[in-house]
Design a protein around this ligand. Structure first.
Ligand SMILES: Cc1ncc(COP(=O)(O)O)c(C=O)c1O
Length: 371
């Protein structure tokens, strides 16, 4: 069946682009005049503004969120023989980065309510080779930072926050991204703070770590054509920084709008018992990167919405510990919550420019699904 023309998209980058059109053109004209396309003023302006917005000391802009993770791990000295705990339910980059630096990702289950890292399960997976934990603020909702920090302190581990989905989220009234030794960010176009290509960043309150990331991301350079370590090329280009400079001042208002959309979805869902929204965290404010529901009839729900022209997405249909990419790690562990999540999650349309009639339309479709 052809979807109706007045479809509600899962995401519409065009609407976000139109809002910054004028300012972006001004910034682009200036870049053309300066012919400064990699690094330069736009990038430094963004690094300062983003660090301030997350109340952290340093921000190093890099080429994407996967590089941000990999560079953070390298800066922490992670390598072969080390084990790093990662949640089994995340985007693959969280675990991929561990493998990319030659260490071993150890998958822990996620918590039944939040679908964020289950820190009790994480504790049970620690060994003498464990060096740290990567927590993911999944869907923009912070994991339990108090519990993670206390486990890390107790066991002498570092904590890295994978904040790729959590721009503007808060834990106990403070922006995420400054709690772990480092935090990593993605500015992929569909993120709350997205550019028009690939982009990423590492934030930290430790200047020495920031310096190491900056060096590694620029070929390990320490002087003109002098390279102290083997690094890589992972720099943010100026056009992407210009997009981010246009969008960052709008982030707080955009997240607030996402929060209001979430509230409206919740009101509809109160009347749809078989579709359950993930609960809001008690000590946190979500960035509402996604609005995620669980349903044992997830595939039927997705098809039902699609027939009504409503987009939705399954983030993620396969848990990480069952990905063929990690087959060499041996028999996958039993992680029942991650497996259930992969079978039941569905993300509804969520972006700041969604209109009230569109939200209403999604809500009515959810009620119709309930019959
Ligand atoms: C949780 C998480 N970590 C890491 C990444 C990787 O970011 P990028 O796609 O910019 O490499 C993503 C991107 O979707 C993500 O969602």
């Amino acid at each position: 069946m052809t979807p109706p023309v007045t479809a509600v998209p899962m995401f519409d980058l065009g609407r976000a682009a139109r809002r910054i059109d004028e300012e972006l053109r001004r910034r682009w004209d200036r870049l053309l005049e300066q012919t400064a396309f990699v690094g330069g003023d736009e990038v430094s302006e963004f690094e300062r503004a983003f660090a301030d917005s997350q109340t952290v000391e340093s921000c190093v802009a890099v080429a994407n969120g996967t590089d941000a993770l990999t560079l953070a791990l390298r800066a922490l000295g992670v390598g072969p023989g080390d084990e790093v705990i990662v949640p089994a339910f995340s985007f693959i980059a969280t675990a991929e980065a561990v493998s990319l630096v030659g260490a071993t990702p150890v998958f822990a289950d996620v918590d039944f309510e939040s679908l964020n890292l289950d820190l009790k399960d994480a504790a049970s997976k620690l060994s003498s080779r464990s060096v740290g934990i990567i927590g993911v603020h999944l869907y923009g909702s912070p994991f339990d930072i108090d519990e993670a920090l206390s486990l890390c302190r107790e066991r002498g581990l570092w904590l890295v926050e994978d904040a790729a989905q959590a721009h503007g989220a808060q834990w106990r009234g403070r922006a995420v991204g400054g709690f772990g030794r480092m935090a990593t960010w993605s500015f992929y176009p569909s993120k709350n703070l997205g550019c028009f290509g690939d982009g990423g960043a590492v934030t930290t309150n430790e200047p020495e770590l920031a310096e190491r990331v900056r060096r590694l991301a620029n070929h390990g350079v320490t002087g003109r054509y002098h390279h102290a370590v083997v690094g890589t090329n992972s720099r943010l280009d100026a056009l992407q920084a210009a997009v981010l400079n246009c969008r960052l001042p709008r982030l707080a208002a955009d997240n607030a709008r996402r929060g209001r959309i979430a509230e409206r979805y919740r009101r509809y869902l109160a009347e749809v018992p078989e579709v359950v929204a993930l609960p809001e965290g008690q000590n946190s404010v979500s960035a509402w990167h996604q609005f995620t529901v669980l349903s044992p009839r997830r595939d039927a729900l997705q098809a039902f919405l699609a027939q009504r022209g409503i987009g939705s997405a399954t983030h993620y249909p396969e848990p990480l510990h069952r990905q063929p990419a990690f087959a060499d790690l041996g028999e996958p562990p039993l992680l029942p919550v991650a497996e259930r999540a992969a079978a039941e999650v569905l993300c509804l349309p969520m972006f700041a420019e969604l209109t009230d009639p569109e939200v209403e339309r999604v809500g009515q479709a959810l009620l119709a699904f309930a019959g």
